[in-house]
Ligand binder design. Structure first.
Ligand SMILES: *[C@@H]1O[C@H](CO)[C@@H](O)[C@H](O)[C@H]1NC(C)=O
Ligand SMILES: *[C@@H]1O[C@H](CO)[C@@H](O)[C@H](O)[C@H]1NC(C)=O
Ligand SMILES: *[C@@H]1O[C@H](CO)[C@@H](O)[C@H](O)[C@H]1NC(C)=O
Ligand SMILES: *[C@@H]1O[C@H](CO)[C@@H](O)[C@H](O)[C@H]1NC(C)=O
Ligand SMILES: *[C@@H]1O[C@H](CO)[C@@H](O)[C@H](O)[C@H]1NC(C)=O
Ligand SMILES: *[C@@H]1O[C@H](CO)[C@@H](O)[C@H](O)[C@H]1NC(C)=O
Ligand SMILES: *[C@@H]1O[C@H](CO)[C@@H](O)[C@H](O)[C@H]1NC(C)=O
Ligand SMILES: *[C@@H]1O[C@H](CO)[C@@H](O)[C@H](O)[C@H]1NC(C)=O
Ligand SMILES: *[C@@H]1O[C@H](CO)[C@@H](O)[C@H](O)[C@H]1NC(C)=O
Ligand SMILES: CC(=O)N[C@H]1CO[C@H](CO)[C@@H](O)[C@@H]1O
Length: 482
């Protein structure tokens, strides 16, 4: 009887989800158990994982080479890659790609979670290189790939888009890419730290022009010193780039060396949103280096709101609808604070741009602002210099804007001191923009025009009415005295 029960017990365990262990410092090859962890990536990569399985790497141990585990999870039981022991204070396991094309690869797979790893891929020579690569090329629809709480650093990607454009596009700390008609839905890249990656930090292409990926989201990541783009989502339906911080792009261990990059941008998407992000300190590239970019091929509305950017060499916003197959979306840029980001660039004449309730704070630098021929500037505050000019044209409509130290471009608008509480902090968080709230005696209170479909929230999360005259700028409250 005892033998019968033991056999039954073992077969149940073998059939259910299992946790597998890897310690690349272990002396014997092991069988993947806690007592006998695998010690080589060869063992990991030849095993097919099942729904609910956990692949855990020993904390603070380095594994060198490519990690490419096989298998798929399911809707209720994803497969997880994580570290052991749980909550280790010894620091994450370190996956070091050792200069291979990528460090961690999942190809044509579904339902994985990649969490709490340190991923690196240094090399002496630059090339098309990634830290984490999730890809699909089998022509099928895949789903549910989540990359969270990892640190991805020192990835020797290609930094020259002028001479190696395809390798540059393919290089990133974290890359999600599809080809041959494939799609990956429900991609979520969140809470990762990405730094010192040549070519850029996080690039997500979950689908194709006629088969866009759904529910792609890149959020709460902290990106620093990557030599290229900060975040791109392309070929996606209603994707979101939100709550990320990207600093010092173009700099770092693998600095930008040619062509263009921008901090956060969207391309060939339908109704993309870029919101609640902070971008600062981007170096200049050939023409771009703006904080935010509605690039070519977008349809519907490209929405850029509730962001704070400062001191980017390329300025705040790029309309690049004309940089490829133009689709002329509506572009809405509203409730943002742009500090010492005095440049806007426009390539492409089709989009209609609504630039509403932003603060553009440029007391030290002249504006260089170019916009699509049909643009509405409504309820913004511009702080400028005596010599700065703002764009005019028959399709450029100025309504209820406020100007300090800069000549209004038309008869319409207000001049004076907006009475900011504490501007110009050059901060690292959205909180630094709280200095752009205004004092109770500010002349911008209730001076605005009602904008139809105004989003109903200001930068600070206060209500904005559909009916009563709003404030000018990104703050809709009654004024704060400090
Ligand atoms: C793991 O092995 C490497 C290389 O032999 C060694 O440098 C390191 O100290 C080892 N780590 C531990 C925790 O044993
Ligand atoms: C796996 O390896 C451990 C440690 O050597 C051993 O105790 C265990 O019996 C092995 N399991 C199987 C199923 O072989
Ligand atoms: C997922 O896999 C688990 C473990 O094998 C199984 O119990 C569950 O029924 C599966 N769920 C679905 C939705 O297939
Ligand atoms: C990881 O181990 C190394 C030695 O291999 C040690 O120097 C380092 O402090 C450890 N990391 C953490 C976070 O404890
Ligand atoms: C690695 O990248 C090189 C250059 O892009 C490419 O030729 C090669 O096929 C890639 N190898 C793998 C295994 O992906
Ligand atoms: C490309 O997709 C088709 C299905 O649309 C599939 O039959 C083919 O195998 C895929 N090619 C590769 C290289 O996976
Ligand atoms: C995506 O993969 C395809 C096929 O391997 C490649 O041609 C393309 O350059 C890749 N794109 C990016 C952005 O990595
Ligand atoms: C403004 O323009 C005048 C005349 O072109 C020039 O002399 C002056 O230096 C400029 N001031 C600044 C701050 O650029
Ligand atoms: C304001 O207008 C929006 C549509 O633009 C609508 O969704 C919202 O419910 C309206 N709010 C109120 C309080 O009327
Ligand atoms: C509209 C909105 O959610 N605004 C948020 C912007 O960021 C600040 C600081 O994190 C939040 O307090 C606001 O709620």
């Amino acid at each position: 009887m005892i033998f019968f029960y033991l056999a039954l017990f073992c077969s149940l365990v073998a059939g259910g989800p299992t946790q597998y262990y890897v310690d690349c410092n272990a002396t014997s090859p092991g069988n993947g158990s806690l007592a006998g962890p695998w010690n080589s990536l060869g063992s990991v990569n030849s095993f097919v994982f099942s729904p609910g399985d956990v692949l855990s790497f020993k904390s603070n141990i380095t594994c060198k080479g490519v990690v490419a585990p096989l298998g798929s999870g399911n809707l209720t039981h994803p497969i997880r890659i994580m570290s052991y022991p749980p909550d280790s204070i010894n620091g994450p396991p370190i996956l070091d790609g050792d200069g291979n094309n990528y460090t961690l690869l999942l190809k044509n797979q579904d339902h994985w979670r990649i969490s709490n790893l340190a991923v690196t891929n240094p090399a002496a020579d630059l090339g098309r290189r990634q830290g984490i690569l999730i890809m699909a090329d089998d022509g099928k629809v895949h789903s549910d790939m989540v990359v969270d709480h990892n640190t991805v650093y020192d990835v020797a990607g290609q930094t020259n888009k002028a001479t190696h454009s395809s390798d540059f596009a393919g290089s990133a700390g974290i890359s999600i890419n599809t080809s041959n008609g494939s799609r990956i839905d429900d991609v979520w890249v969140r809470d990762n730290k990405v730094q010192d990656c040549g070519g850029g930090a996080i690039k997500v292409r979950p689908g194709q022009a006629t088969n866009q990926g759904r529910n792609a989201r890149v959020s709460y990541n902290s990106i620093d010193a990557c030599g290229g783009d900060g975040v791109i989502i392309a070929y996606a339906d209603s994707p979101s780039i939100d709550h990320n911080v990207a600093s010092n792009l173009g700099k770092g261990k693998y600095p930008w060396t040619g062509g263009n990059f921008a901090a956060m941008w969207v391309m060939c998407d339908h109704n993309p949103v870029i919101a609640h992000n902070v971008v600062y300190g981007s170096a200049m590239s050939l023409y771009d280096s703006e904080a935010f970019d509605c690039d070519w091929g977008n349809t519907g509305t490209c929405l850029v709101e509730y962001n704070y950017s400062h001191d980017n060499a390329g300025g705040s916003f790029l309309n690049c609808d004309g940089c490829g197959d133009p689709k002329g979306p509506t572009q809405i840029v509203r409730y943002n604070v742009f500090e010492n980001d005095c440049r806007m660039v426009s390539v492409g004449e089709l989009p209609e741009l609504w630039f509403c309730n932003n603060v553009v704070y440029c007391p030290k630098q002249d504006f260089s602002i170019n916009v699509p021929p049909t643009t509405h500037f409504v309820n913004n505050i511009f702080v400028g210099t005596a010599n700065a000019t703002l764009p005019t044209g028959s399709g450029v409509d100025w309504k209820s804007n406020f100007f300090q130290s800069v000549t209004p471009p038309t008869e319409n608008g207000f001049t004076g001191n907006p009475g900011f509480v504490n501007p110009g902090l050059a901060g690292k968080t959205l909180g630094a923009a709280f200095g752009y709230r205004v004092k109770p005696d500010s002349p911008v209170l209730s001076k605005g025009s009602v904008v139809h479909g105004n989003g109903n929230l200001d930068f600070f999360g206060h209500d904005v009415s559909n009916y009563t005259a709003p404030n000018l700028g990104a703050y809709s409250g009654a004024g704060v005295s400090l």
